[in-house]
Ligand binder design. Structure first.
Ligand SMILES: Nc1ncnc2c1ncn2[C@@H]1O[C@H](COP(=O)(O)OP(=O)(O)O)[C@@H](O)[C@H]1O
Ligand SMILES: [Mg+2]
Length: 412
């Protein structure tokens, strides 16, 4: 920084303390990004700043937050896991100041160089915590580059990296707890339901045959015939619900084979296409060019896709957009291929789900619909679980919902 060393030292300490204090009270990742960006920009008077972070789901490094960049430029700022800039920062754990290290700049890919130039970045600072490259900062502004500024920014980057790792751990822990509670609730409700379903089935069968008998013994023109017909239909509806319930509580043997996810998606989309058209919902499919091979039960996976798409349609009574997107998840570094897999997203721009509903959405029988069974999501959950995967919902009221299903590559 510009001030002289003793004074500068005091100021640095204060800046670091303030920064640490601000970060220590936040565990929400997006909020953390905002605070880090705001503070760094303030302290170093940055013209441009991009925070690029590791994405544990999709792999690679993606822009999390930026200042002073237009949207088109910001869009460009993503790096692959093995990109040269990433590798250099990971190995060297020190800032790369472009003007000082032409050799390194030369070593980067042309694309990478273009991204740096387009974003007006003068240096890249690694965010390292627990021996991992959590991400990096791209900065434009002289104050961050002089000797003292550089040291201070490195220290702040280190604090930021720790806070980010911490936030990731906390949110992972929360998600794990949520899954645990959910599994517990499902197991209890499932057992109760299966018991009840069995009990209901027998009397229902005798009701059905009695009505059937009554129906056929009535003369063709008898006015009660229509009523009897109506009762039969309702009984069949109850039966349908019981079947779904039993299949959920006591699932049949899954048959795992090598399947093509894109085929399953297309087949499922075909099934809802007519319904979507009637409602004025536009359906789009975004699948990678390469087939994603999966070891899974094709029938069960289609059931998951169908349930999710139907929920989406039901949230868009007045029309909207439905997108089914999938991509493969590369295996984590140093872990076996099974740590990879597939990510499927069902995205709608329908009603969204209010907080209170979201908490209970996976509970069996929980429904907000007049004719819903409340079994769709709990069945999906059970199936995805049997595939060694997980399912989560991101939703914004009035804007829409994204359901994310992650499936393990090697099956179970
Ligand atoms: N894509 C979605 N958009 C809005 N709400 C949803 C969506 N998916 C699920 N929900 C909510 O979760 C509840 C439970 O869903 P589900 O288990 O499939 O049962 P059902 O569809 O029979 O109601 C729904 O009643 C609805 O309130
Ligand atoms: Mg449903």
């Amino acid at each position: 920084m510009r001030s002289h060393s003793s004074e500068g030292g005091a100021r640095e300490r204060r800046v670091l303390q303030d920064f640490a204090r601000a970060l220590s009270v936040i565990v929400d990742a997006p909020q953390l990004h905002t605070v880090i960006a705001a503070q760094l920009r303030d302290v170093f008077d940055l013209e441009r700043l991009a925070i690029v972070l590791h994405d544990p789901v999709a792999g690679g490094y993606q822009l999390a937050e930026s200042r002073g960049l237009d949207e088109d430029t910001a869009q460009l700022l993503s790096w692959e896991e093995g990109a040269r800039l990433v590798r250099w920062l990971r190995v060297n754990e020190e800032p790369l100041v472009l003007a000082e290290q032409p050799g390194v700049v030369e070593y980067l890919d042309e694309q990478e160089r273009n991204k740096l130039t387009a974003s007006g970045s003068q240096a890249a600072f690694p965010l390292v915590a627990m021996n991992r490259l959590t991400g990096f900062l791209l900065v434009g502004g002289e104050r961050a580059l002089d000797g003292e500024g550089r040291d201070l920014l490195m220290q702040m980057a280190h604090q930021a990296a720790l806070a980010l790792e911490n936030a990731a751990l906390v949110s992972e822990q929360r998600a794990r707890l949520r899954r645990l509670y959910r599994a517990e609730r499902l197991a209890t409700a499932g057992e109760l339901a299966a018991g009840a379903a069995h009990e209901i089935r027998n009397p229902l069968t005798s009701i059905r045959s009695t009505i059937q008998h009554l129906y056929s013994s009535l003369p063709e023109e008898h006015p009660a015939r229509e009523d009897a017909q109506g009762i039969l239909e309702e009984v069949d509806r109850i039966n349908g619900i019981l079947e779904a319930l039993l299949s959920f509580a006591r699932p049949s043997e899954a048959v795992f084979t090598l399947v093509r996810l894109d085929d399953l998606v297309r087949q499922s989309v075909d099934l809802i296409a007519a319904q979507a058209r009637r409602q004025g919902v536009e359906v789009a499919v975004d699948l990678p060019a390469d087939a994603i091979p999966l070891v899974a039960d094709a029938g069960l996976l289609k059931q998951v896709l169908l349930n999710l798409m139907l929920n989406a349609l039901q949230a868009m009574e007045e029309g909207g957009h439905l997108l089914i997107r999938s991509q493969s998840i590369p295996p984590r570094r140093g872990e076996p291929a099974e740590s990879g897999g597939a990510l499927i997203e069902v995205v709608d721009d329908g009603s969204g789900i209010p907080e209170e509903t979201l908490e209970r959405a996976f509970d069996p029988f929980f429904t907000t619909k007049a004719t819903g069974t409340g079994l769709g999501l709990s069945i999906c959950y059970g199936i995805v679980e049997r595939h060694g995967g997980d399912i989560e919902i991101e939703t914004h009221e009035g804007e829409g919902t994204t359901v994310r299903v992650r499936l393990a590559g090697g099956g179970k």
